[in-house]
Write a protein that binds this ligand. Structure first.
Ligand SMILES: [Zn+2]
Length: 90
């Protein structure tokens, strides 16, 4: 995806819609223009955007360090906490 400013680098932000679905908001890294939404990945294929397990999939964390996932379920922002809860309840 290329922005009209010519920049190819994008940032993605997870956004919860009012109906409960989660989408990834894509913005230009350079000029911050809104470039679109993409449907969010499944809980298992969601990569942590920060923290001890940055860039690791939740599916990996739940096997490797379930206590950390429980910690996230309690303390992470809503979209991520909800994913952790769903995985822990599976
Ligand atoms: Zn741009």
């Amino acid at each position: 995806m290329i922005c009209k400013c010519g920049n190819k680098e994008t940032v993605t932000l997870e956004q919860a819609f009012k109906n409960g679905t989660i989408h990834i908001r894509i913005e230009c890294k350079s000029c911050k223009s809104f470039l679109g939404y993409q449907p969010s990945v499944s809980d298992e294929d969601f990569a942590m955007p920060y923290g001890e397990y940055k860039d690791y999939l939740l599916n990996y964390i739940v096997k490797k360090d379930p206590d950390y996932l429980k910690f996230l379920a309690r303390t992470a922002k809503k979209g991520i906490a909800d994913r952790c809860k769903r995985i822990l309840n599976n």
